[in-house]
Write a protein that binds this ligand. Sequence first.
Ligand code: FMN
Length: 176
Amino acid sequence: QVIRHKKILIVYLSRTNNTKEIAEIIQKNIGGDLVALELEKPYPTNYQATVAQVAKENETGFLPPLKTKIDSIGKYDIVFVGFPTWGMQLPPPMKSFLKQYDLSGKTIVPFNTNAGYGIGSSFQTVKELCKKSNVLEGFEIKGGIERDGVLFVMKDEKAEEAKTLIANWLTKIGIQ
Ligand SMILES: Cc1cc2nc3c(=O)[nH]c(=O)nc-3n(C[C@H](O)[C@H](O)[C@H](O)COP(=O)(O)O)c2cc1C
């Protein structure tokens, strides 16, 4: 398999661990280095305060500085980028990541969890920020609904469902 010769990075942003679980399932399928995006200044614990902060950041185009540093991004061939939908957009920290690192010539693979309202403009924004990359078809699945107090759901039958869907998707896009 061609994939065995490729170096894979899986970068994800996750607040309530649903996207993290998807990232781990992807890693179990295809290997690679798993990296959580952390901020210099974490978002508030309070949900509404976070929603408000994110809305403001989206409005002003603020790119929150990342605490996470990735050594020699150049060595990776395939970069998976995972994130929740926030305010129907790509979360600002993932914008920071995509703008900060040179991903030209690489294959980029987005994946997403959301509360059931979908990916919004997030995959489109990944494409716009990765014009010099080959952006493959992304994966999305319903995750938590923090607004309603539903946090981590990616376990038991839901995790089993995700595993099947992810394996099928990876096959479809030719990465396993
Ligand atoms: C600040 C914020 C904004 C959100 N906005 C949306 C949204 O616009 N649409 C949606 O479907 N879900 C939205 N959600 C819900 C998350 O996308 C969903 O719970 C996701 O599974 C969380 O992933 P995580 O557990 O990896 O953090 C939002 C969550 C947060 C914290």
